[in-house]
Design a protein around this ligand. Structure first.
Ligand SMILES: Nc1ncnc2c1ncn2[C@@H]1O[C@H](COP(=O)(O)OP(=O)(O)OP(=O)(O)O)[C@@H](O)[C@H]1O
Length: 919
């Protein structure tokens, strides 16, 4: 031991030898001084001597000089401080490695306190962030729920730049990692999702994990911003990057030398930013004409700073998570990774129900009601709506005898009416007595709460018109909101400071609530002309043109925004229109009749109905038709979905009927339209009035099993059922099998890339057997093994109509391949088959080759990405040569890229290019 000690180079010598390096790389002197002083190596006078030295380099020289004077122990402790406070002495860590530093036992027991400004700031940020993020918003400001008690993971799908799925994130912790990062040059992790799907909460969870050091990252700083904050600055206002970071998050204390900011500039990769709600930015400044900010010292408009940060012009290398509503497209070259939030899966919903309801009785009651209503489950797959439904249920059930969630088809308007009822009942009624519950009377609650409701509605509408999600104290007072109204819960204070020096500001609990209240204001208004209820419909149709966002203009200068528009998207206006339809629906006539004069209500309803009818007609007439294999097709525009939602919300059978009739094409494409499970109720509401058969392509949406349940009554007339990439499980296939086998009209069934197992495959086999018109089946990329494969193959063997089967990307294995071989033997109709990527080895290849000798129908056969080795080649070659009829007709054969086979195929197909034949 002593020998080892003796072998060490004395620390004082190390300091002398590396003096130059230490002088250039040692930055935070304060922490060194503090510790040397606390441990008694330095006296006050020593500290003052150092502090009085003019330059930083001289200060280091002084410290080294003094430390060396104090002896070996002081020198050793000096190096130990650098070793312990690695954050602050990051530049010296390589040096410690170089000298192979290992603290001696004597020094290792000594205490080092980290008083470095960077570490202190990091701690302060963590502390503040933890305070800000530990609670989830709730009614009013009194009731708060801990994030950790309620946070439930949602479905987080990873996408590539073409929005194709790359799998799923298992936990928030993986968000910052490199997995599924499709563009290493991009710096933005882009999280998108519909209103209320949980984007903000996901960021909150991420921030919270960082604050409690449970996020796997070496990030030292974490700055969070809400994009709507950037709209609160005046056009001409200019601030520095330093102010943006520090004033709008937290300020570094005890940092006279600006070390924190310097550190951020030097190590941007140690910084994480979250920017929430990119869609909420108001485009008040003409970004095209503003110079780009490239120097971190320059002052600029905050929005410009934001864009420069996002584009990597400022703090290049920092990690940035940006959220926005679905539909906001940002150029792929700035995106590193894309995540689409899809809401609660059935399992998540169950977990959330258990977390939400502490009382067993409530939990059970709600579970029963959810089980009975797939539509309600569909709505509840959006966490915001789920939270409202559960909160309202809890509250109203406690207040009143036998409160149940509405059993009939609950609409979004119903959900927000429930929320308002809860808010209003909090002020109107005294605290519930434990012994006696009151009888619920919704109209009385609304009548009693009409004044506050009307003032909040007015405020919401004014905000919409002004293009603002934030209201000042003056605006609130001008609308007539009183002090006591603020406790109801509609509004909440905005936590972070907006434009510098501004007074307290408020925002609605959620932007969707603002949309709802704005619709309420339109209905309640007895002064304005009745036709003014349509103002946002007009606005939306005027702005239908794809939005041009600030980031677009920053990174591509090709498209200049044609007009000044308050928001990047108009979804909040579409929601207002939707709620207007709901409030003016027949089913709300009773309630609204208590709040508005019946004559005016009637007039408004008639106006709305006539507007909707006309615009649906115009929309359907204007859709481009094109002829495809399946007949006349239309690819509807995203606005069609909003129309369907509005029609459903009105509950008007007439309009639904008219819409169903107006669809003249035999095939509608709703692919990539962001249809979620709740929308299927609206679609079904219209389709149930259709007499003729119809093809429906809903590929690449977020329908889930709840959506399929909602569409159940419509499957009877569907010739094309395309539900690829929609998170379906076997329970959806159960419904499809039941319906499709009953009606036998289906010709095309698309189920590619879902979660179908052998159980579902067996049901699909039943569909093949029982539906004589089925021609096309796409069931690739599911979870089917040889068991399900055998069922499918047996069914295909019996079918004489099927001609195109896509099985790519399952796990059929050799047994499955052999079963398909049997099905192919003498099959009369099957011309296209893909068995690629199915774990088929040479054995399976041989089996297929044998069977194919007796097949004359196959034209296109895919077998790529299997596990066949060279020994399968002679068999496949044999198969090709043995069947002359087949050789003449086969146009594509894709097997393993195999030179022998390639040469052979070239001989057989002298005219075909190898690419056409082999892949
Ligand atoms: N993962 C989750 N676990 C539990 N509750 C959640 C979760 N996500 C969302 N919620 C609930 O839904 C509410 C709305 O979520 P959030 O504000 O995050 O939605 P959003 O996607 O940001 O909506 P918008 O685009 O309209 O701003 C939350 O306040 C919370 O009550």
């Amino acid at each position: 031991m002593d020998q080892i000690k003796e072998a060490r180079v004395p620390c004082s010598s190390l300091l002398t030898y590396h003096r130059e390096l230490l002088v250039t790389r040692l930055r935070s002197i304060q922490c060194i001084l503090d510790n040397l002083f606390t441990c008694g190596f330095f006296c006050q006078e020593d500290v003052e001597i150092v502090q009085q030295t003019a330059t930083k380099a001289d200060q280091v020289r002084k410290v080294l000089e003094l430390v060396q004077c104090k002896g070996e122990e002081a020198c050793e402790y000096f190096i130990f401080i650098i070793y312990k406070v690695c954050d602050a002495y990051i530049d010296l860590q390589p040096w410690l490695e170089e000298i192979n530093y290992n603290p001696s036992e004597d020094v290792a027991v000594m205490k080092v306190v980290n008083t470095d400004p960077i570490s202190r700031y990091c701690e302060k940020l963590r502390h503040d962030m933890s305070q800000d993020t530990s609670f989830i918003m709730s009614y009013g400001q009194q009731e708060e729920t801990r994030l950790e008690d309620l946070y439930t993971d949602t479905v987080m799908e990873l996408l590539n730049d073409c929005n194709e799925s790359l799998g799923f994130l298992e936990s928030v912790d993986q968000l910052l990692g490199d997995h599924a990062a499709f563009n290493p040059q991009g710096e933005i992790i882009y999280v998108m999702g519909d209103a209320g799907v949980g984007k903000s909460i996901l960021l909150q969870k991420l921030q919270n994990l960082w604050s409690i050091k449970e996020l796997q990252t070496d990030a030292v700083f974490f700055f969070k911003f809400r994009c709507r904050m950037f709209s609160t600055f005046k056009d001409a206002e200019q601030i520095s990057l330093r102010d943006l970071l520090f004033k709008h998050n937290c300020y570094p204390d005890h940092d006279p030398d600006n070390e924190v900011f310097d550190y951020i500039l030097r190590f941007p990769e140690k910084v994480v930013f979250t920017f929430d709600g990119y869609d909420e930015i108001q485009e008040d400044v003409d970004l095209m004409n503003l110079p780009e900010v490239v120097s971190p010292e320059d002052k600029a408009n905050p929005l410009q700073l934001l864009i420069s940060l996002l584009c990597g012009k400022l703090l290049k290398g920092s990690q940035k998570v940006l959220t926005a509503r679905t539909g906001i497209e940002i150029q792929s070259r700035v995106i590193r990774k894309k995540v689409a939030l899809r809401g609660f899966s059935p399992d998540h919903l169950k977990t959330y129900t258990d977390l939400h309801f502490k009382e067993q009785e409530h939990r059970e009651l709600v579970s029963i009601q959810l089980d009975a209503s797939p539509h309600l489950c569909g709505l509840c797959s959006t966490p915001l709506f789920c939270w409202i439904v559960f909160k309202s249920f809890g509250h109203l059930h406690t207040m009143h005898d036998s409160f149940h969630l509405p059993e009939t088809c609950i609409t979004l308007t119903d959900i927000f009416l429930l929320l308002s009822e809860v808010f209003l009942s909090r002020s109107a009624t005294p605290a519930p007595s434990l012994l006696k519950k009151s009888t619920r009377c919704t109209s009385e609650t609304f009548k009693a709460g009409l004044r506050p409701l009307a003032v909040f509605a007015k405020l919401a509408l004014q905000g919409m018109e002004r293009g603002s999600f934030i209201s000042s104290q003056e605006e609130i007072s001008e609308c007539g909101v009183m002090e006591q109204d603020l406790t109801l819960g509609f509004l909440r204070p905005v936590s972070e400071e907006g434009a510098s020096g501004s007074s307290a500001t408020f925002e609605f609990l959620h932007i969707t609530l603002q949309s709802f209240l704005a619709a309420f204001a339109l209905v309640l208004d007895e002064q304005a002309a009745a036709s003014s209820i349509l103002k946002f419909f007009t606005e939306c149709s005027r702005r239908r043109k794809v939005s041009c966002l600030p980031l677009d203009s920053c990174i591509s200068s090709s498209s200049k925004p044609s007009e000044k528009k308050p928001f990047a998207t108009n979804e909040h206006l579409q929601f207002t229109n939707l709620f207007l339809c709901g409030l003016l629906s027949k089913s709300q006539r009773g309630l609204m009749g208590h709040l508005v004069s019946p004559a005016l209500l009637k007039k408004k309803r008639a106006l709305l109905k006539s507007y909707l009818s006309t615009s649906v007609k115009l929309h359907l007439r204007g859709l481009p038709h094109y002829d495809g294999q399946e007949g006349k097709k239309v690819h509807v525009l995203p606005n069609f979905l909003w129309m369907l939602r509005c029609i459903f919300e009105t509950g008007s059978k007439d309009i639904a009927q008219m819409t169903a009739k107006g669809i003249t094409a035999g095939f509608i494409k709703l692919g990539y339209c962001n249809v979620y499970s709740g929308d299927c109720t609206a679609l079904n509401f219209v389709l149930q009035h259709r007499q003729k058969v119809l093809g429906l392509d809903m590929d690449n949406n977020n329908i889930s099993d709840y959506g399929v349940k909602q569409l159940k009554p419509s499957f009877c007339k569907m010739t094309v059922v395309r539900l690829c990439v929609n998170h379906l499980s076997d329970s959806s296939i159960e419904i499809l099998a039941e319906e499709l086998c009953k009606h036998k009209v289906v010709e095309v069934l698309g189920l590619y890339n879902n979660n179908i197992t052998d159980v579902g495959a067996r049901l699909v086999a039943q569909i093949i057997e029982e539906c004589p018109k089925l021609r096309v089946l796409k069931i690739g990329k599911n979870k089917i093994t040889s068991v399900g494969g055998r069922h499918l193959a047996n069914a295909i063997k019996k079918s004489s109509s099927i001609f195109d089967v896509g099985m790519w990307g399952n796990s059929l294995g050799d047994e499955g391949a052999e079963a398909f071989g049997e099905a192919l033997r003498n099959h009369p109709s099957l011309t296209n088959l893909s068995l690629s990527a199915n774990c088929i080895t040479s054995r399976g290849g041989r089996g297929l080759a044998e069977a194919l000798k007796e097949n004359t129908a196959l034209r296109i056969f895919w077998l790529v990405e299997n596990e066949m080795t060279d020994d399968a080649t002679p068999h496949l070659a044999d198969m090709i040569q043995a069947n002359t009829a087949w050789i003449g007709a086969l146009t594509q054969l894709s097997v393993l890229c195999n030179q022998r086979l390639e040469n052979l195929v070239k001989q057989i197909f002298p005219l075909a290019s190898p690419a056409q034949v082999l892949r």
